[in-house]
Ligand binder design. Structure first.
Ligand code: WT7
Length: 655
């Protein structure tokens, strides 16, 4: 989102109080009920979380210690307790919900499948036994590279069941990205599919997986392949094995492996400000606890809900609000394999109508994209089953918020704008729909037990309304990341160093308005948010300079109406610059190259060729200057230090 639009919403005055019929039935039905929760968290922080952990999780061995901060910034929650996450998601539902739909799946081509809790439990057990038969044990890493099909969740749950640590790699990432993540995690097993359907095309996952393994990944012993498309694929007999063949011989009973609360449940790679993605490591008990309480507080989940989070399981949203949170609360989760515009831009609304979706959670970029097609399209569908709407991933502009509220929610559904991160594991700042009035564009207030703040450079609170600062979290919370896999130093540096270990640094800037509402303003680091996906500028730069014709590259973001941010690359070639700085075929080649190095989401939207990049005397690239140019803004920076001021005209595309 651009800062211009931030300014224009600085004085948003619209307030949407919880509708009385909604609040009457809500789990947290009033401001007073919420205040009581907050008060309890303020009075007895550890007791607040301990009580929730006791009431919401099923323990094999109860814990006696709530929080151990003696090794800060490593925090241990419920440390001496033991449990199993898959048991908490599946086994404990069987008594009441064996025949209730756990997952309703719809493929892009329209195929529909329903799995009850009983069936899901059985398949997870079979696969868990299958994994064990392959020698996968507690603590081993398993990489999951799959389409958005129930088996992706089954694979995650099966890992959790045996204490293996999964690392899901988004199916849109390239072979190269997959390889880096497998190698960093040291995974023994790769679970993939022969392909998936997305955007009217087949995503060739097995082909990419083969390529990743051909170029490295020495720790991988086996590749487990789900048949989804039935298209022909290459096969290595000694290494590859079909999912169906593995599970059909397995027993449907698999005792859960009891693990310590702090046992790593998963790694999930996300971008930071260097070229190398970081493997965010999450715990078992703490992670699941926040997943559960946010399902209750923010989504107000109930037994008769049809809960649809459109995120892919390759992102944290798909972990917490597809694979774990809904199951751990016994909900029915709707899963969709494909793109929102196939066969037409009514797909989401059609699915809401047919499946009677009650809670719908998506990204602002999807809302903006679908909004472009006009109101007539959603107007053709009966959306009356919807009772709650949510957004995540990036700031939502008030215009899109209002459209969502009016056209999709028929002014009847609370809209929850949820701020959180891969690192936080679950919602941190979000409205409690029966208790907190919403404002279009604001994620409102921190959840009970979450001490978010806005501080200045020195770590002092900023109390002045609307003054921006660093968004921090001041106390550890159960679902916080535990470290960066294999790089604890980077964990300390990235999240704790800035304020001397006192606060968790989120990496966003934010302001608080006169009512204490939080407004997220954007990242403070070199991280882009493209369609709600986090991408490091350095990652895209490293991909570009790996091309034989590229000598140097600098990547910045510029505002984009639909994607939030678009990628703008300034490139210096080896050899002569193309006349006028334009070379369409090379531009296309570089875009395709980046897609191959990282994935299609990282393709630069604009590429401009120049003889040089603007640098300070100390040789640092002047990114702010490049950002102004990419946005077509007037240049206010001092350019006198530029070696060659003439370069400015080239960067602006004027010569
Ligand atoms: C970054 C985290 C959390 C799941 C999806 C993204 C931005 C996230 C919001 C929101 C404004 C938001 C932040 C954050 N972000 N939600 N509701 N309003 N910005 O996870 O890839 O870890 O990215 O996304 O900049 O730091 P992620």
């Amino acid at each position: 989102m651009s800062h211009d639009s931030i300014d224009s919403i600085l004085h948003e005055e619209r307030l949407f109080p919880p509708a009385a019929p909604f609040a009457a039935k809500a789990r947290i039905p009033s401001a007073a009920a919420l205040a009581a929760l907050r008060e309890k968290a303020a009075r007895d922080y550890e007791g607040f979380w301990a009580d929730l952990a006791r009431s919401e999780l099923s323990w094999q061995k109860p814990f006696s210690r709530t929080l151990d901060s003696s090794d800060a910034p490593h925090f241990r929650w419920f440390e001496d307790g033991q449990l199993n996450v898959s048991f908490n998601c599946l086994d404990r539902q069987l008594a009441k919900r064996r025949d209730k739909a756990a997952i309703i799946f719809e493929g892009e081509k329209g195929d529909i499948r329903e799995l009850t809790y009983g069936e899901l439990h059985e398949t997870v057990c079979r696969l868990a036994n299958g994994l064990k038969s392959l020698g996968i044990r507690r603590g081993d890493r398993v990489v999951i590279y799959m389409p958005m099909v129930p088996e992706a969740v089954i694979a995650m749950q099966a890992c959790a069941r045996i204490g293996a640590v999964h690392s899901v790699v988004f199916g849109g990432f390239s072979a190269e990205s997959l390889k880096d993540r497998i190698e960093d995690a040291g995974a023994r097993l790769l679970i993939t599919a022969d392909g998936g359907y997305r955007g009217g095309k087949v995503v060739e996952l097995k082909q990419a997986a083969d390529k990743a393994l051909d170029h490295g990944c020495p720790t991988i012993e086996k590749m487990l392949v789900l048949k989804r498309t039935g298209h022909s694929i290459n096969w290595r007999k000694e290494r590859d094995l079909w999912w169906d063949d593995l599970i059909k011989q397995q027993s449907a009973d698999c005792a859960p492996e009891w693990v310590d609360s702090e046992h790593p449940l998963f790694l999930l790679y996300t971008s930071g400000s260097t070229g190398k993605p970081k493997g965010i490591q999450h715990s078992s008990a703490g992670y699941l606890l926040n997943a559960i309480v946010t399902m209750q507080w923010v989504f107000d989940i109930r037994d008769d809900d049809i809960f649809w989070c459109t995120a892919d399981v390759g992102w944290v949203t798909g972990h917490t609000y597809v694979a774990y949170g809904p199951l751990a609360t016994g909900a029915t989760v709707l899963m969709y394999e494909g793109a929102p515009t196939v066969p037409d831009p009514g797909r989401f609304w059609d699915m809401c109508q047919r499946h009677k979706t009650t809670i719908f959670y998506t990204a602002p970029t999807a809302i903006r994209a679908l909004m472009k097609f006009g109101e007539d399209i959603p107007g053709r569908y009966d959306l009356s089953s919807l009772r709650l709407l949510g957004t995540v991933g990036e700031p939502i502009n008030p215009e899109a918020w209002m459209w969502y509220h009016r056209v999709i929610g028929r002014e009847n559904c609370p809209v929850v704008d949820t701020w959180w991160q891969t690192e936080t594991g679950a919602h941190m700042i979000a409205p409690i729909p029966g208790a907190v009035p919403t404002k279009p564009g604001s994620c409102t207030q921190p959840l009970p037990g979450i001490e978010a703040g806005i501080v200045d450079e020195k770590g002092n609170d900023i109390n002045e309304p609307d003054k921006g600062g660093y968004l921090v979290i001041k106390k550890p919370w159960p679902s916080m990341l535990r470290t960066i896999w294999g790089d604890d130093e980077r964990y300390r540096q990235t999240y704790w160093k800035k304020f001397g270990g006192r606060f968790y640094l989120a990496g966003d800037s934010a302001r608080r308005d006169k009512d204490g509402y939080f407004w997220i303003m954007g990242r403070i680091d070199d991280v882009l948010n493209v369609s709600g996906h986090r991408l490091g500028t350095m990652e895209v730069e490293s991909a570009l300079v790996a091309h034989p014709r590229v000598a140097e590259a600098a990547v910045v973001g510029r505002p984009d109406d639909i994607k939030g941010e678009a990628i703008f690359a300034f490139v210096v070639l080896r050899g002569a610059r193309p006349p006028g700085g334009v070379d369409e075929s090379l531009t296309n080649e570089l875009r395709a190259w980046v897609a191959e190095q990282i994935g299609p989401i990282a393709k630069p939207d604009d590429i401009r060729f120049s003889d040089n990049l603007p640098k300070t005397r100390s040789g640092k690239i002047m990114r702010r200057l490049l950002r102004s140019i990419a946005r077509g803004e007037a240049i206010t920076q001092d350019t006198s230090t530029l070696e060659n001021e003439g370069i400015l005209r080239q960067l602006r595309g004027e010569e």
